[in-house]
Design a binder for this molecule. Sequence first.
Ligand code: SAM
Length: 345
Amino acid sequence: MKELVKQLLYERHLERAELVRLLSNFDQELLSYINDCARSVTITHFGKAIYLRGLIELTNFCRNNCFYCGIRASNRNIERYRLMKEQVLNCCRLGDHLKVRTFVLQGGEDLAIKDFIVEDLIKSIHREFPYAAITLSLGERSQESYQAFYEAGATRYLLRHEAANRDLYNHLHPDVMSYDNRIECLHTLKKIGFQTGAGMMIGSPGQTIEHLVDDILFLEELNPQMIGMGPYIPQRDTPFASEAPGSVLLTLMLISIVRLMFPKALIPATTALATQADDGYEKGILAGANVIMPNLLPIEYKTKYSIYDNKEAVHQTTKEQIENLKKRIDSIGYFFSENRGDYEP
Ligand code: SAM
């Protein structure tokens, strides 16, 4: 099996059957080996720098009903919120003070957040922090909307494909949601010029190893600049509440595989990974990740963006969280970069 890892390291590609074999049969020793290889690839391209992306969860209103997600429209058990412009700017001010150089506006697909509101937010953030990068993660919108956001000054967009396999996608989403539209959106974002992020949950209900291989091959074809993957975590008010969470070890395996295939990609050690393992951030970085996304929201909103249960650090202030993260990554020999960390081809 180490031969497969070496092949992936040198050729940045494996055939479907090889990927299935790698993902089906790995043990702790092979995982450590691939983690080491992936980590050295990350260090070759990025050194020991970790990029901070400050998450601003703009709204937890959502028109969709993804079966796995706690902010789904039908969930009556969460208190909905939508940030005002000044609140968003205050999140950026705090992030800026803490040396965060990317602001990520994320949210449910909230019909009240019209394009002009997003454009105004982008321009206002850009005006006050011209040196910072603005990333959006607001779900599926029209090509015109994406274009307008790009022209307003956003340069990155995160839109996980969720499942490259159509049947799995349909198992995770209600009929009104369209696999084709989601994939089309990703191609549109890339075409417009966004640094584009795709990705999937690991261990989402019904997902098999073959499905994960579909995801890897899809990523290979799309060639995104950012790849976000975290374990699926159940949320109590969803139809999938009693499904098992995704595996931390499998997530670490995926991070390393993807790092070997995309040496220059920006890959986060996700909050979901840190929720499922106390040392999830460290493990993710040691498996090849190079991004951490702390939450910039005021504490009273952090718990309300409850996409899954027991989310990491929701009871910490942003300052506490970032200071704590600094110590943690320092303890494994890494540091937070004060640069924007754009994708460099
Ligand atoms: N609405 C936007 C979208 O669709 O891309 C962004 C917000 S959405 C909540 C962000 C991501 O959270 C999704 O892409 C999904 O992969 C992840 N997510 C949602 N529910 C989750 C769960 N139960 N466990 C792990 N990740 C989850």
